[in-house]
Design a protein around this ligand. Sequence first.
Ligand code: URA
Length: 433
Amino acid sequence: MNIVDIIAKKRDNRALTRLEIKYFIKSLVSHKIEDYHASTLLMAIYLNGMSHDEIVNLTKEMMKSGEIIDLSDIPGVKVDKHSTGGVGDKTSMVLAPLVASFGVKVAKVSGRGLGHTGGTLDKLESIPGMSINLTNAKFKELVRRNGIAIMGQTKELDPADKTLYALRDVTATVGSLPLITSSIMSKKLASGSDTILLDVKVGSGAFMKTLKDARELSNLLVSVGKACNKDTRAIITDMQEPLGYAVGNILEVKEAIDTLNNKGPKDFTELCLTCAAIMLTQAKVTDNLDKAKEMAEANLKNGKAFYKFKQWIASQGGDTYYLDHPDKFKKAKYVYDIKCKHVGYIKEIEALTIGEAAMHLGAGRLTIKDKIDPTAGIVLNKKVGDHVKFNDLLCKVYTNKENVNDILKTINKAFKILPVKVKTPKVIIDYIK
Ligand code: URA
């Protein structure tokens, strides 16, 4: 077997066998092929696609390219959730303790933010003392003892994806369904949970811009997960406007704290409760989704979810004083108000523009090496569908940077206002199982 023949086969739009895919991944991670071989094969896959069997085989081989976390000796169902990424997406910080407050084991490997999308690890690290660099042994110990742990991806987990993703990023091959599916699912499968819930975002602030593409990706993720014998489900959720009000690390932690105290934004709370309900059914706490949602809501109201949150943060070194006193978190030096210049109804708050603006204010990174400012970001004061008058506050902007006038103007333009009534968008668009 040799890599040039494999590239030629895919170039000619023929399906690769399991052994050919295995050869490719093994040669990749052992550096026996050059980057140009891998890049050319990626482009052939991008152009010609892959059959379902090929995608399943690619996912399995990528999963096996490194360490697989084995959680099987921890009793109970271990659940996991993954979002394809968005603006203001602080769901894991609420969802993980909410689900764990029922005794369900939440074992989650998370990522960092890049570009306009934030990452759970950066948000968690904005809590003083909080560590996401756990060894696999510590991760397992916490899941066993407290029923909850979130850690960053180690170098050993799915090294094939690390190499392939870096190549895709610079060869215009990111947006390929077989490559996105195998990238997401191989990492999730290597993380060791029994069930997976995928939150596929759709809209201007998401990877998937159209509902058609989001549906196609969701169906593929679910069917590949099932082919790998995991209970895999997906929801498609709105990312046309930012999720909740807060965008930026400390700002989002504060909104997560509010939500865990049942004082969160409506859209964000709805998303957390829906995801929690699905995960509770995956963990077999109940088989009734409506009942599961009521149970989850009760744990936001009775303080059990917030209690679990504090226990979890403390177990990973975080200072829980800040969780009880969120006003003590560090603050940005400059705060600007963006005021409305029209009268009418908010038709759109462009998530992509808000996400990029937050990144330029310091909340995100353009390249993975950039340092983030945990205090920077944007807090909306209005959502799509709201009525606004001249001079109403649209949002507050937080930064330590000087000369941000151009960013402020861009943020203002992200709010589209119409003279006619606009419906409040639904956050949950579809559920695929
Ligand atoms: N997220 C991933 O982990 N991989 C992709 O290819 C796209 C989104």
